[in-house]
Write a protein that binds this ligand. Structure first.
Ligand code: ADP
Ligand code: MG
Length: 230
């Protein structure tokens, strides 16, 4: 099964230097994740969840340790190389959606394509298809302030999918939504997982929201994974 691994992180540490003070945000994290898995990550504020996601999402490099993404050691890459891997492999869904406010749903979904140099015609076509995947094609020309929180998160999900990544990193994607809407978004993520064989790393605030779709749950405490349950 080893060749089915998408993530193989070994002894990752991350230290932030704040003037003379060194903050040890990660203190030796080992983690293997198989393709198609849904891994929930929990832990109190400051336990290192976001730092770990930044490293696994190729937004930042570890201070020490190795990170193999599809067998490629990405822990030593330059920022430019890391950005290239990120565009190709990873999608992000955020708690506050992070949409551009004066920009239509369609144009928001086009942003990653724009950064990847995809031409206007193809951009529009692919963004429309991604909006269709999340059930929002009919809102393509609406602005975020005309849409509900759940709809905005669907746009965020369409944007995360538009470059066809295999790994999706979600940082509390439903924490700011009504409980009734949370389930819809989780169901959508589940459907998309089946359709595209996606792997999810999902930072969760509330276990009850993700328990039924998680293959494993990792609990972080003071920069370490202290519990990993199936
Ligand atoms: P969580 O997401 O679980 O709340 P974080 O990964 O954001 O935890 O933070 C872990 C620790 O690292 C905290 O002590 C936090 O203050 C510190 N930290 C996070 N990011 C930075 C940064 N950019 N500079 C300095 N310290 C940071
Ligand atoms: Mg965080």
């Amino acid at each position: 099964m080893e060749n089915n691994l998408i993530i193989d992180a070994r002894d990752l540490t991350k230290t932030y230097q704040m003037g003379v003070v060194a903050v040890q945000a990660l203190r030796g994290v080992d983690l293997k994740v198989e393709a198609g898995e849904f891994l929930a990550i929990m832990g109190s504020s400051g336990s290192g969840k976001s730092t770990l996601m930044n490293l696994l999402g190729c937004l930042d490099s570890p201070s020490e340790g190795n990170y193999y993404l599809h067998d490629q050691d990405v822990s030593q890459l330059s920022d430019t190389q890391l950005a290239h891997v990120r565009n190709k492999e990873i999608g992000f869904v955020f708690q506050m959606f992070n949409l551009l406010p004066r920009t239509t749903a369609l144009a928001n979904v086009e942003v990653p394509l724009l950064y990847s140099g995809v031409g206007a015609g193809e951009r529009r076509q692919r963004a429309l298809r991604a909006l269709e995947e999340v059930g929002l094609k009919h809102r393509a020309y609406h602005y975020p302030n005309e849409l509900s929180g759940g709809q905005c998160q669907r746009i965020g999900i369409a944007r995360s999918l538009v470059l066809n990544p295999r790994l999706i990193i979600c940082d509390e994607p439903v924490s700011s939504l009504d409980v009734s809407i949370q389930a819809q978004i989780i169901n959508l993520l589940e459907d998309l997982q089946e359709e595209f064989n996606l792997t999810y790393l999902f930072i969760a605030h509330d276990l009850s929201v993700v328990r039924h779709i998680s293959d494993r749950i990792a609990v972080m405490y003071l920069g370490k994974i202290v519990e990993l349950t199936t």
